[in-house]
Ligand binder design. Structure first.
Ligand SMILES: Cc1cc2nc3c(=O)[nH]c(=O)nc-3n(C[C@H](O)[C@H](O)[C@H](O)COP(=O)(O)O)c2cc1C
Ligand SMILES: CC(C)CC(=O)C(=O)O
Length: 393
């Protein structure tokens, strides 16, 4: 039971005089991480596009839904597990793909992988990770210590050099990642004022390009190795990173290249969701990239119900604005199969590396479980639209 964590905290405090090493909710993680991070790293992580209207809308959308807890329902048996793409997850939570995590902590995605596997939470490793995917996979699957083997998916930023994109998929298969998540909303960075005013883009100093620099196909495009001529390697990265020409036909093409499940991340319109499934994807991630791409875009949570109506039965994951157990419950009630945790995890990483990630996940798992059972629901499958009302009704 995840909620044993609550008892542990009280017992350690009252019997041993020890308080938790880190805050236990989002604002606390955010504030403490703000103190620790460099101004540039904080701006990159916390910032969003434009006036950050969409980032705020993501949160406001959660506030427009309210849970009506039901009483006197037997919740003595509780089950937070879900089945996603044929695999059982202990909780409806995975880690969102987040690039260049060495700006938050020196061990970057390796620490994220360790924290995630200790909590049994699947991790989606980003193409823009600061560590090569093989290193992340090794950390995920490392069962030394008391870690259990973790579960990983690979997030593909689809290069305009298709052979590089395919090489990433082949490497992901070989490294044991269990699904490919194609992110389609960020083939170019949006107007991000916090980064612009600090003129900060970590990739240009070689952070977050490890998957490219270590890739044999990428290397074959260079005259000299990335070690011999790092500047030329970064220039090539900049020119082939994203692919504005991508269409649903490419998703259909990818379907023929790999037997791994494919999810398309960054979907906000029900017709796009339908087209992804028609092209052979197994599901989508409803997401506006945490408000980091199209400022003025609709809140991600508000996009969810129409997409569920359009492609219900396919796998539907959700992110953008998930901060606490109640948010997880609301997203599930509106039809998501599971949610992805973004910034809360990054702040945990900044605070304490693998231990900080583990702590944040443990808090979210306990908070979710308690929210669910105290609402009179013993099983994730029973979370549905009847749990919620609109705040303005
Ligand atoms: C610092 C940072 C880096 C990110 N890098 C990636 C990435 O490499 N690939 C990707 O698909 N999404 C990336 N995202 C988006 C997340 O996967 C996710 O959609 C977003 O964080 C959800 O919003 P939230 O953190 O506000 O909940 C990034 C987000 C942040 C904050
Ligand atoms: C475009 C990537 C390199 C990173 C990303 O997804 C982000 O900063 O939101």
């Amino acid at each position: 039971m995840y909620s044993n964590f609550q008892n542990d905290i009280y017992a350690k405090g009252m019997l041993g005089g020890v308080r938790p090493a880190y805050p236990t909710e989002f604002d606390g993680w955010h504030e403490a991480a703000h103190q620790k991070l460099t101004p540039e790293a904080y701006g990159y992580i916390a910032g969003s596009a434009g006036l950050e209207t969409t980032a705020h809308a993501n949160r406001a959308a959660f506030a427009r839904w309210e849970i009506i807890p039901r009483m006197l329902r037997d919740t003595s048996k509780r089950d937070t597990s879900v089945e996603i793409l044929g695999k059982r997850w202990d909780a409806p939570i995975a880690l969102a793909p987040i690039g260049v995590m060495t700006i938050a902590h020196e061990e970057g995605e390796v620490a994220v992988a360790r924290g995630a596997s200790r909590r049994g939470v699947p991790m989606i490793a980003s193409t823009a990770a600061a560590k090569p995917m093989e290193e992340i996979a090794a950390a995920l699957h490392d069962t030394s210590g008391n870690e259990t083997s973790g579960r990983g998916w690979y997030q593909l930023y689809w290069s305009s050099d298709r052979d590089v994109a395919l090489s990433f998929v082949r490497r992901a298969e070989a490294a044991g990642f269990e699904a490919i998540v194609v992110t389609v909303d960020t083939w170019q960075l949006a107007w991000r004022p916090r980064d612009l005013v600090q003129a900060f883009l970590p990739f240009l100093r070689g952070e977050g390009v490890a998957n490219f620099l270590s890739d044999p196909v990428f290397q074959s495009r260079l005259e000299k190795s990335p070690q011999e001529d790092p500047e030329a390697a970064i220039r090539l990265w900049g020119s082939i990173f994203g692919n504005p020409a991508l269409t649903f036909d490419d998703i259909a093409w990818l379907r023929e290249q790999t037997s791994l499940p494919i999810l398309v991340k960054g979907i906000q319109h029900p017709d796009d969701a339908t087209a992804c499934i028609d092209a052979g994807a197994d599901g989508v991630v409803v997401s506006n990239h945490g408000g980091r791409q199209v400022d003025g875009a609709r809140a991600s949570l508000d996009c969810l119900p129409d997409i569920v109506s359009a492609i219900g039965g396919s796998t539907i994951l959700f992110d953008s604005g998930v901060r606490c157990g109640a948010d997880i419950m609301k997203a599930l009630a509106l039809g998501a199969d599971a949610v992805l945790i973004g910034r809360p995890m990054v702040y945990g990483l900044a605070l304490g590396g693998a231990e900080g990630v583990e702590h944040v996940l443990q808090c979210l798992q306990a908070d979710f479980e308690l929210n669910m059972v105290l609402s009179g629901i013993g099983n994730v499958a029973d979370i549905d639209r009847t749990c919620l009302v609109r705040a303005d009704d």
